[in-house]
Design a protein around this ligand. Structure first.
Ligand code: HEM
Length: 382
């Protein structure tokens, strides 16, 4: 099925699809665009599975390295529930809130280091920040940061394939394996130590599971948060007056972050595989069909949101599904929200104005899953 070049903004295509073909089936591929249909699919793990490897050729799944220790992202309950309970402790809102000071320091240092009045926001701020934050949280030593950045880059490229390349997997596994062994001998208050200690109903995570989970955090958390920050600044620049509005009323920053998540969702789509035949919006989905759920379209559904094609930073009711829905709801959502809020606070406190220069479509990520810019020039005023 031809998906429009994602170099073009996808939003007009989504609007057309919602209005004329809200569910499209072409061979074994199904595309879903309406909010209620997307929620129904993501909320029903019994029919719509994340365990793709069960439906793939064993050889393909092995190539994508989905066989050994699958991450929670591609497990269904009850295995998913067990894993999720074990890792949940590390991501409670209280624990995430405790990183506030650390994240603020990182944001302020990165801004302080940037001396030019025109700079690339991605290189200077939105890319390094989540990598530095997750490395601190995992307890990775400072001198390993360049390595982490390199892995993060490669993982971002691999995410669309739902697997990681074997050489990279091996390199990261060896690194995390050693880190885990070290922490076992000398527990700290970092996330890896917490995962080692985590126990639910007498079950603990294996070394391989902790390794896999750490890699998932790099893959799922970095590029998405980079894009949330970049998309927020870009959208504030396009809607004149909104930067000043946040500067004068910082209490609105949290709702502006939510609106940015809705308006330019960093993850535009996710996938499921049907385990049974199922009718959605009048279209028959067959067992074995791969279903793409367009979160970015659901979040602009005119039946759910008032004035959905407009960015309204103080929008009152915002039930977007940018972090997904159901059992796989993003584990890192509180962290991503906190990072974006702190960045917008730090930026609006520091600069009287910060405006993105209209980016070239060529700088958009060429992906039908991720929405964001590789490069985003901004001009600041002190
Ligand atoms: C703006 C930033 C982010 C967005 C938009 C985002 C979006 C999502 C979405 C849509 C899902 C569900 C995928 C599905 O159902 O197939 C998800 C799952 C997940 N996310 Fe995020 N994410 C973000 C940041 C983060 C961060 C910072 C972390 C961790 C450091 C993280 C870790 C995870 C994990 C572990 C899962 C899998 C949860 C599960 O399967 O139970 N994410 N994310």
């Amino acid at each position: 099925m031809q998906i429009p070049g994602f170099r073009d903004e996808p939003f007009e295509w989504y609007r057309n699809m919602r209005n004329h073909s809200p569910v499209v089936k072409d061979g074994k591929t199904v595309l879903v665009f309406k909010y209620d249909d997307c929620k129904e699919i993501l909320g029903n793990f019994r029919v719509f599975s994340s365990q793709f490897r069960d439906f793939m050729d064993r050889e393909v799944a092995a190539q994508l390295n989905l066989m050994a220790a699958p991450s929670i992202l591609i497990l269904d309950p009850p295995k998913h529930t067990k894993m999720r309970n074990l890792v949940n402790r590390a991501f409670t809102p209280k624990r995430i809130q405790s990183y506030d000071g650390e994240i603020r320091k990182i944001a302020e240092t990165l801004l302080e280091q940037e001396k030019n009045t025109q700079f690339d926001l991605v290189t200077s701020l939105s890319y390094p920040l989540p990598v530095l934050v997750i490395s601190r949280i995992l307890g990775v030593p400072e001198d390993q940061m360049p390595k982490f950045k390199e892995w993060s880059d490669k993982l971002a490229m691999d995410l669309g394939r739902m697997g990681v390349d074997l050489a990279l997997q091996k390199e990261m596994s060896e690194y995390f394996g050693k880190l885990i062994d070290e922490r076992r001998r000398n527990l700290g208050d970092d996330l890896i130590s917490l995962l080692i200690e985590s126990e639910v109903d007498g079950e603990r995570l294996t070394r391989q599971e902790i390794t896999g989970f750490s890699i998932l955090l790099l893959a799922a958390g970095n590029e998405t948060t980079t894009n949330l920050i970049g998309n927020s600044i870009l959208t504030l620049s396009e809607y004149s007056g909104s930067y000043q509005m946040l500067k004068e009323k910082p209490s609105l920053i949290q709702s502006a972050v939510e609106e940015s998540l809705r308006y330019r969702s960093p993850v535009q789509s996710t996938r499921r595989v049907a385990k049974e035949n199922y009718n959605i919006g009048g279209t028959e989905i067959s067992k074995g069909d791969f279903v793409s759920v367009f979160l970015g379209s659901a979040n602009r559904d005119e039946d759910i949101f008032t004035d959905p094609e407009n960015f309204i930073p103080d929008r009152k009711e915002n039930r977007h599904i940018a972090f997904g829905e159901g059992v796989h709801f993003c584990l890192g959502a509180p962290l991503a929200r906190l990072e974006a809020k702190i960045v917008l606070e730090a930026v609006t406190e520091k600069y009287s104005d910060l405006r993105a220069v209209k980016p070239s479509p060529d700088d958009r990520l060429d992906s039908d899953i991720m929405y964001g810019y590789r490069k985003l020039l901004v001009k600041r005023e002190n």
